[in-house]
Structures are given as structure tokens and as C-alpha cells.
Design a protein around this ligand. Structure first.
Ligand code: GDP
Length: 295
């Protein structure tokens, strides 16, 4: 994950090796390298610049600490700033309500349905919950089957109404059933389109208005870089979601989405998904991610 970014940062820090102390000149060269590395990892230039300006100020503002070398100092400053950019501390799901309704939104192919299965499995096995999965994609009958297969694999019930073309009704009926049958989590997998469009946005906004979910998770493919960030903005403007799920971090992803979504929409990344197996859902820890990027 983020190999290229990690390597580039490492080589930027190397420039400080052998330097006796931090100076205007050596910091300037290093932060320039860091900025280039970030931009090449798909971080928007403005964010990259702001980031390196902060790093530079911090580095030059540090008192000379003899126990730590300039390159070690720079690694520490960059690590702290990366964690800060991604939100610093993890943010947990709000699952106190009974039932807790979790709406899953995102583009088609982002990994929504796979994530819905992973989340149901996570809540069942790690949080001792009884989830109900809801297939609310009224355009793709195959989506219902896909969710049923996933539900079967993890032993979680799937609610669907294959003949009903009203997503709001399906969601409302599912919640009624959940209440009647003692499910304490309702995960609604909504329809996705290949691009942000008005019909999809209106539909998911209507479902939100009708069921008042405690959590709205926006699922996005981390491999799509800046597009991921732009899509997040469009969904957040319309849905005011409560958290982001970054998928496909197991793939050849450069890092831009993970690094800048929180900054752009001011919503936490709550989970990352790294594979198709249903037991691989990970809570997102900004500090651990920063540490990982720096190797
Ligand atoms: P949806 O259209 O948003 O519901 O997306 P799907 O859940 O159907 O996922 C689209 C494709 O991406 C499928 O082939 C999934 O197996 C795959 N996929 C989903 N999540 C991940 C992930 O974290 N890593 C990888 N490598 N593939 C994933």
C-alpha cells in the first residue's frame, strides 16, 4: 500500500542524513521533495503545499535537540502531520440506538455491497449484534442475489422485495421487520450509479429523510484518487454523511484519497477494506496509517 509514496518520502528524509542541524536551506530542499511526493500520490497541490508549509514551520521552529538527528526530527514531524491530515484519532460507529440504521451509499463498483457484508459480519462477530441486511438497489436485480450470497456466507438475514421499485418503502418495511423480529442493526445497501447523478442522489436522500439513519457511510474506491475526493464532496453536499469507507486499499492505490478525504469533507474515515474476503474489514486508525506510510 502506498509503496511509491513511502519510498519517495524516505528518499526525501535521506537528504537530511549527515546534516548536523536543521537549516533553512536543507529544510527547503526536503519539503520540496515531500511536496512532489504527495502530489505524485494524488494529493491536490493546494493541500500538499499547505502540508509542507506546516512541516517547514515546525521544523524551523524546533529547538535544537541534540539527541535526535535532523532526519529523525523530520520523520516525526511528517508523521504527526500525516496523522493530523487523516483525522488523528479513530472515530467509532454510533450503534447505541435499537435498532441502529446504517445507510450505505456510493457509486456502483465502489465496493458497497461487499462492504455491507463485511460490516454485518464485523458487527455480528466483534460487537455481538444481530444485523439485518437490506437490498435496496431497485435497478439491478443481481444486486439482491449478490447480497443474499454474502448474507448466506456470514449467516446474516437479507431483506429484499424484488418486485418493489420504491427504495423508501423497502427501507421502511425492512426497519419494521427488524423491530418485529429483534434485529438491532439494519444495514441498507442502496443503489449506485457509474457517476454521480440526480436520480441516484434524490433517491438516497429520500431514503435518508424517511429512515433517519444514525450512520450514513459513504463507500469509495481508493484507487480512483482525486475522483474519489470529488465524489466524496458531491455525496457529502447532498447527504451530509457520517463517515467514509475506503475500499480496495489492497490494490495499487497511491494514497491521495486516504490522505485528503478527511481534509476535504471534514468527515472521518471509519473503515478501510482490503480485499474481497468478508472477514477483512479494518477500523481506520490515522496514526497507524501514518506510521505505515513512513515504514
Ligand atoms: P458495489 O457495486 O458498490 O456494490 O460494489 P461491489 O461490492 O459489488 O464490488 C465491486 C467489485 O470490487 C467486486 O468485484 C468486489 O469483489 C470488489 N471489491 C470490493 N471491495 C474490495 C476490496 O476491498 N478490495 C478488492 N481488491 N476488491 C474489492
Amino acid at each position: 500500500m502506498f509503496e511509491s509514496l513511502s519510498e519517495r518520502l524516505e528518499s526525501a528524509f535521506k537528504q537530511l542524513k549527515g546534516e548536523g542541524r536543521i537549516s533553512e536551506i536543507n529544510v527547503a530542499t526536503t519539503v520540496k521533495e515531500i511536496r512532489r511526493a504527495l502530489v505524485d500520490a494524488d494529493v491536490n497541490y493546494k493541500i500538499a503545499k499547505e502540508f509542507t508549509d506546516k512541516v517547514k514551520d515546525k521544523a524551523l521552529g524546533e529547538k535544537v535537540i541534540t539527541a535526535i538527528s535532523p532526519s529523525q526530527l523530520m520523520v516525526k514531524i511528517v508523521k504527526d502531520e500525516l496523522a493530523e491530515l487523516m483525522g488523528n484519532t479513530e472515530v467509532e460507529l454510533d450503534i447505541k440506538a435499537n435498532p441502529t440504521v446504517i445507510l450505505i451509499a456510493g457509486l456502483q463498483g465502489s465496493g458497497k455491497t461487499t462492504f455491507s457484508g463485511k460490516l454485518a459480519n464485523f458487527l455480528k462477530t466483534q460487537k455481538n449484534k444481530k444485523p439485518l441486511l437490506v437490498a435496496a438497489d431497485i435497478y439491478r436485480p443481481a444486486a439482491i442475489d449478490q447480497l443474499k450470497v454474502l448474507g448466506g456466507q456470514i449467516g446474516v438475514e437479507v431483506y429484499s422485495e424484488p418486485e418493489n421499485k420504491n427504495a423508501v418503502q423497502i427501507a421502511e418495511n425492512a426497519i419494521k421487520q427488524a423491530k418485529a423480529q429483534g434485529y438491532n442493526i439494519v444495514i441498507i445497501d442502496t443503489a449506485g450509479r457509474l457517476a454521480v447523478d440526480e436520480v441516484m442522489m434524490t433517491e438516497v436522500a429520500n431514503v435518508k429523510a424517511a429512515v433517519q439513519p444514525q450512520e450514513i457511510l459513504f463507500v469509495v474506491d481508493s484507487m480512483t484518487g482525486q475522483d474519489a475526493v470529488n465524489t466524496a464532496k458531491a455525496f457529502n453536499d447532498r447527504l451530509d454523511f457520517t463517515g467514509v469507507v475506503l475500499t480496495k486499499l489492497d490494490g495499487d492505490t497511491r494514497g491521495g484519497a486516504a490522505l485528503t478525504i478527511k481534509y476535504t469533507v471534514n468527515k472521518p474515515i471509519k473503515f478501510v477494506s482490503m480485499g474481497e474476503k468478508l472477514d477483512t474489514l479494518d477500523v481506520f486508525y490515522p496514526e497507524r496509517m501514518a506510521q505505515r506510510i513512513l515504514g
